[in-house]
Design a protein around this ligand. Structure first.
Ligand code: UDP
Length: 428
């Protein structure tokens, strides 16, 4: 029988080997996970843990896997990360499926549906069963139909990272039969389990995402040091500064951020805004279009700084632009989870976030940040923070403590391994 390694080369799956940090997971604040994770890794000895998704860079899933792979190996797990061969027509459809799952109106044409299925089927065909026991973590809808081709005896878990609380019924009806074939499915938040999902047939669990505290971009940074960095990119360190770091996507509401900035600027004329969103994800064609709309809306205002060049926006850049502003905004109108919020909170920042999805779960309004429902509220809360350093400090300190408690990667690895072990039949 052909080995998986040979057949993968045929199928052109990309094997991603992240270069993230591979030591230091024994830091004091991560100690509480050590024993449990070591025991779990021992229970999975001889089993390969495979993560599959649709892109190696850009977006929250790639972000998690970039760190999840080294962390898993650190605990002795045999693990790998595979990315489906790219295809523009397929990515166009999966982008649309994403929007439909988050509640957009409309329907896929039969041609689009077939484009989606055909690419997953053609790509999945070479993933033959070489008899090696595996646990498959299939991330997001792009790969959902892959279930048809995964070996029968392996453990198969589908992990949804988007807000499916009110999915478009037509797309959900089409996708649900695939979901129900998995051994287990996982959502980021309890409210994302669609009400029509048959939980009696397929068990559902909740695994909120998490960040890797050892990644360069998640290292704390003094505001002054960060401001010296952002000054190189045109931000005046002497004037008030707010930022949103997010893909250019209508759901992230960059237009609303500009409108809020304009309202605040009436009171604080020196205010500067940075919108940072690398055009990196191979499956995010809509970002270019959104960027154009945002630029047009900025209307030449030289205090609105828009950064999109993926060569420029590396980890150091994201780190500094999350640490330098007095206030970080994430004014999404839909948000699967919002790792950017976790990252800024971990840096001790007061975040003003849209009162939706994962942001509303992460931020306790008035305690670890502020939740806002519209542009006016966003402007009011941001201004409140801009003029009150003590309030910023209080919320920021509480924000960091909250991430330490719930939002760090070893907790998520434990959540995933719990599912793997349960379905391998070797659980407690
Ligand atoms: N990100 C980045 N560069 C950017 C914008 C975002 O590296 O220009 C990262 C960000 O730090 C975060 C992830 O991409 O880790 C975005 O995850 P999130 O859950 O906030 O949103 P998603 O893109 O998955 O909708």
């Amino acid at each position: 029988m052909a080995s998986m390694r040979e057949t993968l080369a045929m199928g052109e799956w990309q094997r991603v080997e992240p270069s993230a940090v591979t030591s230091g997971y024994d830091a004091p604040y991560l100690q509480r996970y050590q024993l449990e994770l070591r025991r779990m890794a021992a229970q999975l000895r001889g089993v390969e843990v495979v993560h599959v998704n649709s892109t190696g860079v850009g977006g929250g899933v790639a972000e998690i896997l970039t760190s999840m792979i080294p962390l898993s190996r650190w605990y002795g797990l045999d693990t790998r990360w595979l990315v489906i061969p790219p295809d523009n027509a397929y990515f166009g459809v999966t982008r649309r499926v994403h929007d439909l799952l988050q509640g957009d109106e409309g329907e896929l044409s039969e041609h689009e549906w077939q484009t989606y299925l055909a690419h997953v089927r053609a790509s999945g065909a070479p993933l033959v069963d070489d008899g090696r026991p595996r646990v498959w973590f299939v991330h997001d809808h792009q790969l959902l139909p892959l279930i048809e081709q995964l070996p029968r005896d392996d453990v198969k878990v589908w992990i949804s990272h988007v807000d499916t609380s009110r999915p478009n019924p037509a797309i959900f009806q089409r996708l649900q039969p695939f979901m129900q074939q998995y051994d287990q499915i996982s959502f980021s938040l309890p409210q994302y389990v669609p009400s029509s999902f048959d939980r009696a047939r397929t068990p559902v669990s909740i695994c909120p995402p998490a960040i890797d505290p050892l990644r360069h971009k998640n290292q704390p940074m003094l505001e002054n040091e960060a401001l010296a960095y952002t000054a190189q990119y045109g931000i005046d360190p002497e004037r008030p500064f707010i930022a949103q770091i997010s893909r250019f996507d209508p759901w992230k509401d960059p237009i609303g951020v500009i409108d809020a900035y304009r309202l605040i600027k009436e009171r604080l004329p020196g205010l500067q805004l940075a919108l940072v969103g690398a055009l990196a994800a191979a499956d995010d064609a809509k970002a270019v279009e959104t960027l154009e709309v945002v630029r047009h809306h900025a209307n030449g205002d030289t205090d609105i700084h828009i950064y999109w060049d993926p060569l420029q926006i590396d980890e150091a850049f994201v780190r500094a632009f999350q640490a330098a502003p007095q206030v970080v905004i994430q004014k999404s109108t839909r948000e699967g989870f919002g790792l950017t919020v976790t990252e800024a909170m971990w840096k001790g920042k007061a975040v003003v976030g849209g009162n939706v999805g994962g942001i509303a779960v992460q931020i306790r309004d008035g305690i670890t940040g502020f939740l806002v429902d519209d542009v006016e509220q966003c402007a009011r809360r941001t201004l409140e923070l801009l003029i009150d350093p003590e309030l910023r400090q209080t919320l920021g300190t509480a924000a960091r403590a909250s991430v330490e408690e719930h939002g760090l990667l070893p907790r998520l690895l434990r959540d995933y391994l719990t599912l793997a072990i349960r379905h391998r039949g070797i659980g407690d």
